[in-house]
Design a protein around this ligand. Structure first.
Ligand SMILES: O=C[C@H](O)[C@H](O)COP(=O)(O)O
Ligand SMILES: C=C(OP(=O)(O)O)C(=O)O
Length: 357
C-alpha cells in the first residue's frame, strides 16, 4: 500500500464558481460593452500614434470598499468628460495585490477583509463593480495577477497591467498574449527595464498553455498574441521618470524592435513610496510632454478620495475613501494634477504647430 504523498500541505479545497456561472449571473450590458470597446480602441489608437492624447490610469491602489470606489468613479467620470480632448482617463480598479511578503491580497482574495477568503464572493463583488463603473461610461484598468481571474472579469476591462513582481513570469506573458485589451508591463522592482521589453515581445507571440475554460474545466489554451503591449516605468532602486531615463528606455526598446513609447507610473519607486511626491513626478513628466515629447503616451496615478493610507486591522473603523495598501493622493490633488497634464498636452500641440509654421 503506497503512503500518502500528495496534498500534504493543502488544508482546504472548495469549489469555485465557473466563469460561465458568474457571467450568467452578471452579464455584460450593452452600455458597458460600448465603454469597454471605446476605451480599448482609444488606447490602441494612442499606442499607434493615431491619437495624440495621453492615457491617464488613475484610482486607488486597491479597492476594498465598493461604495467608496463608486463615489470616486462618479467624480472621475466628470473629469474624464472635462479633459476628453487631451486625456483618455481610465479608472484604476485593482482587485489583486501582489505582496512583497504578506498582507491582504485584495478584494477578490478576501472580500470581507477578515481572513475568510470568500473568493466566490470576491469575484461577484469585482464583477458587479466593474459593470457599474463601465455603465457610467468610464473605462477600467486592472492588474491581472492570478491567471484564472481574466476569464471571470476581462470582458469588462479596457486596459490591464502586469506588475513589477510578475513581468518576468512566463505564465503572465502567456496570459497577456491572449487578453483582448492593451497590456502594460512594469519594469522590475529593482529597476530592470529589459524584462519588461522582453515581456512585450513575448506577449506579441502566440502561446499554448494550461488554463481555465468558460465552464471551469482545465483547458489547453491557444492564443494569437497581443500586439497592444507596452512598458510602464515605475522606478526601481531609484526613479526612472526623468528625460534621461525615458531616453535610455526608448533607445533600448527601439534596438529590440518594440515601439519607443512608455507609460510613467508616478507612484511606487518613482515617488519613493511617498504619495505626496506624485504631483512632483507628474509635473516633471507633464513638462517633458509640454516640450514636445511624444514617447510618453500615458501616466499612472495612485489616487483616492482621501490622501495617505491606513492600516487594516488597526483601532476603530476604517476611514471612508482611504487606501488600505499603498498611500494615495486625494481627490482635489488628483484633479489639479490631471488638469495640469491636460494643459501640457495642449502646450505640446501648440509647440508642434509653431514648429510646423
Ligand atoms: O501597489 C502595491 C504595493 O506596492 C505592492 O502590492 C507591494 O506591496 P507590499 O510591499 O506592501 O507588500
Ligand atoms: C503593485 C503595483 O505596482 P508594482 O507592480 O509596480 O509594484 C501596483 O500598481 O499596484
Amino acid at each position: 500500500m503506497p503512503i500518502k504523498t500528495q496534498n500534504l500541505r493543502v488544508a482546504k479545497m472548495q469549489e469555485l464558481t465557473t466563469p460561465a456561472e458568474l457571467r450568467a449571473q452578471l452579464p455584460i450590458s450593452e452600455a458597458a460593452s460600448l465603454t469597454v470597446e471605446g476605451g480599448r480602441n482609444a488606447i490602441q489608437r494612442i499606442l499607434k500614434g493615431e491619437d495624440d492624447r495621453v492615457i491617464a490610469v488613475t484610482g486607488p491602489c486597491s479597492i476594498h470598499d465598493t461604495e467608496a470606489a463608486l463615489d470616486y468613479a462618479r467624480k472621475l467620470q466628470a473629469l474624464r468628460v472635462e479633459c476628453a480632448d487631451t486625456l483618455e482617463i481610465v479608472m484604476r480598479v485593482y482587485f489583486e495585490k501582489p505582496r512583497t511578503i504578506g498582507g491582504w491580497k485584495g478584494l477578490i482574495n478576501d472580500p470581507f477583509l477578515d481572513g475568510s477568503f470568500a473568493i466566490n464572493d470576491g469575484l461577484l463583488a469585482a464583477r458587479e463593480l466593474l459593470l457599474e463603473i463601465n455603465e457610467m461610461g468610464l473605462p477600467v484598468g486592472t492588474e491581472f495577477l492570478d491567471t484564472a481571474v481574466p476569464q471571470y472579469v476581462a470582458d469588462l476591462v479596457s486596459w490591464a497591467a502586469i506588475g513589477a513582481r510578475t513581468t518576468e513570469s512566463q505564465i503572465h506573458r502567456e496570459m497577456a498574449s491572449g487578453l483582448s485589451c492593451p497590456v502594460g508591463f512594469k519594469n522590475g522592482t529593482r529597476g530592470n527595464i529589459q524584462i519588461a521589453i522582453d515581456a512585450v515581445r513575448s506577449s506579441a507571440q502566440p502561446h499554448h498553455f494550461m488554463g481555465l475554460s468558460e465552464g471551469g474545466q482545465a483547458a489547453i489554451v491557444g492564443t494569437s498574441g497581443n500586439p497592444d503591449c507596452h512598458v510602464i516605468l515605475r522606478g526601481g532602486e531609484g526613479t526612472n521618470y526623468d528625460e534621461a531615463s525615458v531616453d535610455t528606455f526608448c533607445y533600448t526598446a527601439e534596438k529590440d524592435g518594440i515601439r519607443p513609447q512608455v507609460m510613467i507610473d508616478a507612484s511606487h519607486a518613482n515617488s519613493g513610496k511617498l504619495p505626496e511626491r506624485q504631483p512632483e513626478v507628474l509635473a516633471n513628466v507633464g513638462g517633458q510632454i509640454a516640450r514636445g515629447d511624444h514617447r510618453i503616451m500615458g501616466v499612472m496615478v495612485e489616487s483616492n478620495l482621501v490622501a495617505g493610507a491606513q492600516k487594516l486591522g488597526g483601532e476603530g473603523p476604517l476611514v471612508y475613501g482611504q487606501s488600505i495598501t499603498d498611500g494615495c493622493i486625494d481627490w482635489a490633488t488628483t484633479q489639479d494634477c490631471l488638469r495640469e497634464l491636460s494643459d501640457n498636452v495642449r502646450q505640446r500641440r501648440g509647440a508642434l504647430t509653431r514648429k510646423a509654421s
